[in-house]
Design a protein around this ligand. Structure first.
Ligand SMILES: Nc1ncnc2c1ncn2[C@@H]1O[C@H](COP(=O)(O)OP(=O)(O)OP(=O)(O)O)[C@@H](O)[C@H]1O
Length: 583
């Protein structure tokens, strides 16, 4: 049973064990709750025996009081066991579940995040794990506990009198079949509803993130109207779902109630025919008052367990995604980055890089230039194994990077991307991300070198100022300088700069370029810049166009090439600098 539960609900080994234990304890509790029924039966038999002229062993009231108290202690003990077995274990398991999902996300390639809806992922980690907590502590153990205990009790009662047992238990399979039969229909609706809910959370997230653009374009009202419609649709479908679910579960529970009537009718008939005596009828009638209770909640739980299976399905999808793995130790010979006939596609269909080959040498600045969408940023990300290539090979110091664990590989890279991500933490900690063990002095030295000091000093608490989510309180140029400070602090042998100076004004740009010159000394540098004057000092230029290397050489060589892309881009940019807006 443990293995079955573990597989079915995608649990850890310990989770499987705990759940099996919880099912066992729930079964015992349900059986334990039948004991008071036995005591009542004994008591009533003793009470009615004289009226039927039957001699049965009689006990004093004191014995019944003692038995009643013992029952209370037993039930308390079983409930206590159940609480421990279900609640405590379920919180441990859901914590393990979240940790293992987070571990999985850490190892997944970025292509996975491109394919998946981010709110869907957040729901899987947060809401689905919370739902599993409830499933683990209530739905699953209570359902299986009820089913197993009912089978055991039914077995016992069948051995006493099969006709009465049949009259008592026939509604059980009917009620379960009724609930089960409606599930494929409800499952389809639940899947559809999940999509609608995701559309709403996506919409809310998008609205908050883009509030500035929506307002600037006078679109907030219309956007919110669209969102309102989606929310109302979700509300309607939630009510419909609850209604459908309620109708079928209640119908199944009503079927169970019919069992009391059939037990009475069948019992009276059998008593009249002399097949059973009054006391046996009494026993089945008392049992009928209790035997359906766990089944009533089991029917509600059955529905919830099916919803749990949908949640498990979603979790399994994330768990089964292939992760990026590799050696956790690498010994490169130098730090040349070499692209050999590299092909890559984000979607698995349309190629973004076709057959790219070039070498970025250690100690040199290699600039990637070319028209927008040519694949420059993609190539830089592939060099750091953010994605796995579909064809060819990328090596760092002769080592195939696809064989190296991404975390180990990234120890060799300092990266400054166009989109700087800052965390809701102090400036000091945001820079320290470059090297966790750096001292405050080292952080401050890096900040000075990246020309951050002037603006940090003006912040209310200097380095200890919390800069808000994603550095909301900083300008684009300030954010980019913090990112450069991080890279300086990390001081890795490979430096990837993707439009690193794009958000800087002229004065800061020259200062930061000085800092970058210190940063890149003796290192392998891959530089992406749209401004041709930024790349003019590079050792080598690779021109990427539509996923292919269109030209490569030194800036001096390429500028002389008649009809060349680099030459044309340089000319166009010097012309555009003369552009004045005529008003
Ligand atoms: N995460 C992604 N998922 C799917 N397609 C992507 C993704 N990132 C980029 N692309 C596509 O890959 C192609 C190359 O994009 P890339 O950003 O590498 O070009 P680029 O040369 O750096 O462009 P730019 O100069 O405008 O920054 C483009 O067609 C782009 O739409």
């Amino acid at each position: 049973m443990r293995e079955w539960l573990q597989k079915k609900f995608a649990l850890t080994e310990q989770g499987g064990k705990d759940l099996a234990k919880a099912v066992g304890v729930c079964t015992l509790t349900n059986i334990g709750l039948m004991f008071p029924v036995g005591i009542v039966y004994l008591f009533l038999s003793q009470l009615f025996a004289p009226y039927f002229g039957v001699q049965i062993k009689s006990y004093g009231l004191g014995i019944y009081i003692v038995m009643g108290l013992l029952m209370l202690v037993l039930i308390y003990f079983l409930e206590y066991l159940q609480y421990n077995a279900t609640f405590l274990a379920s919180y441990t398991e859901s914590a393990n579940m979240r940790i293992s999902l987070a571990e999985q996300l850490r190892k997944l390639p970025l292509s996975f995040f491109g394919k998946r809806d981010l709110s869907d992922l957040t729901t899987t980690i947060m809401a689905d794990s919370a739902f599993m907590e409830q499933a683990f502590s209530h739905f699953i153990p209570e359902l299986f506990g009820a089913v197993i205990s009912t089978i055991l009790v039914a077995g016992g009662m069948l051995s006493v009198n099969w006709k009465m047992a049949a009259a008592l238990f026939w509604p059980v399979p009917v009620a379960f079949l009724l609930t089960l039969g409606t599930r494929p229909f409800i499952n389809r609706r639940e899947r559809r509803q999940k999509k609608k809910r995701l559309a709403v959370s996506d919409g809310i997230q998008e609205c908050i993130e883009n509030i500035q653009d929506l307002r600037a374009n006078n679109q907030s009202r219309e956007y919110l109207n669209g969102l309102d419609e989606k929310i109302i649709e979700v509300e309607k479908s939630t009510i419909a779902m609850e209604w459908i679910n309620g109708v079928f579960v209640t119908a199944s529970q009503m079927v169970l109630k019919i069992g009391i009537a059939t037990t009475v009718l069948c019992g009276i008939g059998l008593v009249i025919q002399g097949e059973i005596d009054f006391f046996l009828l009494l026993m089945f009638l008392i049992a009928a008052t209790r035997v359906y209770d766990p089944l009533n909640s089991a029917l509600t739980n059955l529905s919830a367990v099916y919803s749990t299976l949908l949640v498990v399905e979603r979790m399994k999808k994330v768990r089964e995604e292939p992760v990026q793995e590799g050696e956790t130790y690498m010994e490169p010979e130098g730090y040349d980055i070499c692209f050999e006939n590299v092909g890559f596609s984000y979607s698995g269909e349309e190629a973004v890089l076709n057959d790219v080959s070039f070498t970025a040498k250690q100690g040199e600045v290699t600039a990637l230039v070319g028209p927008s969408g040519g694949g420059k940023s993609t190539a830089a990300k592939l060099a750091a194994r953010f994605y796995d290539i579909t064809r060819g090979k990328i090596t760092l110091g002769g080592v195939d990077i696809s064989k190296i664990d991404p975390e180990e590989l990234l120890k060799n890279y300092s990266i400054v991307f166009q989109d700087v991500v800052l965390f809701n933490n102090t400036v000091m900690e945001n820079i320290r991300i470059g090297r966790k063990k750096a001292t405050d002095e080292e952080v401050m030295a890096a900040a000075r070198a990246a020309q951050c000091e002037d603006f940090i000093k003006k912040l209310p608490d200097g380095y200890q100022t919390v800069i808000g989510e994603n550095g909301a309180s900083l300008s684009g140029g300030e954010r980019q300088r913090i990112s450069i400070a991080r890279a300086l602090l990390k001081d890795a042998p490979v430096v990837l700069l993707d439009e690193a100076t794009a958000s800087l004004d002229v004065e800061n740009e020259s200062k930061v370029q000085k800092a970058i010159s210190t940063l890149v000394k003796g290192k392998t540098v891959l530089l992406i810049a749209h401004r041709m004057r930024t790349v003019a000092g590079a050792d080598k230029i690779i021109v990427l166009k539509e996923g292919d290397v269109a030209e490569q050489g030194t800036p001096k060589e390429l500028i002389k090439r008649e009809g060349g892309i680099y030459r044309r881009m340089t000319r166009l940019q010097s012309e555009s600098q003369k552009f004045v807006l005529n008003v």
